[in-house]
Design a protein around this ligand. Structure first.
Ligand code: AMP
Length: 283
């Protein structure tokens, strides 16, 4: 595996391989790898000749009051794990390589980013995501890029950018990888002390309860959401949001007839956590 720091090096390495007819898979990450990240790398490894993983804690997607400076970083351990997954190139640039002096462009996806994490964290968050992902696509020019369904809204935003800007890349969304008690794996789980770690398992339990009610035939959105809220209440968690929305458009729904996304964000101990389940509709 090669660890590359500059855009020029990545371009040179990939152009050569692509010229030989190889397909390129890209996994964008912010590092501090866990099984969720590794599952994306395995998908990429299985389906592509060349696997590129980017490791970049993207400053523009953090608000000033968020955890940019304390975000877990361990490049040595990440590199070891990437080698084990058969990654070919780990692209780990400095912030100045991605955002040189004079950088002035931002990509904003309207509508989809007004709700859920866009509302909760602010518009800058998905602008930062859309801009850096578009740059990574320009640098790596992957055939396929792999994202986790854990960040369901991010997948929708990236798909919209690709569609609207006619980018020649296929987006693959991979299932959420969970701890044995159901907590969605996240680099931010290291912020949880023992009590908060136990409390955090209630997020997925809440989504499970709502999903069970939906599977039993309940279609009223308010009742489905209430089933989840009760579990959160019992665990002493007050969510930033807990909403049922159309799984494609993120419009609010009153019934769970179509595919819907039940999404939650909550502060648990020192961490802000997100999770979601897709409730399968009849369509
Ligand atoms: P991050 O480093 O947190 O930006 O995540 C990099 C990629 O890994 C994103 O596409 C995430 O959605 C994905 N990811 C993070 N956690 C999980 C998880 N528990 N299961 C599946 N994918 C995940």
């Amino acid at each position: 595996m090669r660890i590359l720091r500059t855009i020029a090096e990545v371009r040179a390495a990939i152009t050569q391989e692509r010229g030989a007819g190889k397909t390129v898979g890209l996994v964008p990450t912010m590092g501090a790898f866990h099984e969720g990240h590794l599952s994306l790398m395995r998908q990429a490894r299985t389906h592509n000749d060349l696997v590129v993983v980017s490791l970049f804690v993207n400053p523009t997607q953090f608000a000033p009051n968020e955890d940019l400076s304390s975000y877990p970083r361990d490049e040595e351990s990440d590199a070891r794990q990437a080698v084990q997954e058969g990654v070919d190139i780990l692209f780990a640039p400095a912030a100045s390589e991605i955002y040189p002096d004079g950088f002035a462009t931002s990509i904003h996806v309207s509508g989809l980013t007004d709700v859920l994490d866009g509302a909760s964290r602010g518009a800058h968050h998905f602008d930062g995501v859309a801009t850096v992902v578009t740059k990574l696509f320009g640098i790596v020019r992957p055939d396929v890029a792999y994202f986790g369904q854990k960040d369901a809204q991010q997948v929708l935003v990236v798909r919209r950018v690709v569609r609207d800007l006619d980018l020649d890349v296929r987006i693959e969304a991979c299932p959420i990888v969970r701890e044995p008690d159901g907590l969605a794996m996240s680099s931010r789980n290291v912020y949880l002390d023992a009590a908060a770690r136990e409390q955090a398992a209630a997020l997925n339990r809440a989504l499970d309860a709502a999903q069970a009610l939906h599977e039993s035939g309940e279609r009223a959105a308010d009742r489905i959401v209430r089933a989840a809220r009760e579990v959160l209440d019992d665990a002493g968690i007050a969510p930033e949001y807990l909403e049922l929305r159309d799984a494609e458009t993120l419009e609010r729904v009153t019934t769970g007839d179509r595919d819907t996304l039940l999404a939650v964000a909550a502060r648990v101990g020192a961490a802000r956590l997100i999770d979601n389940h897709v409730l399968k509709g009849a369509r």
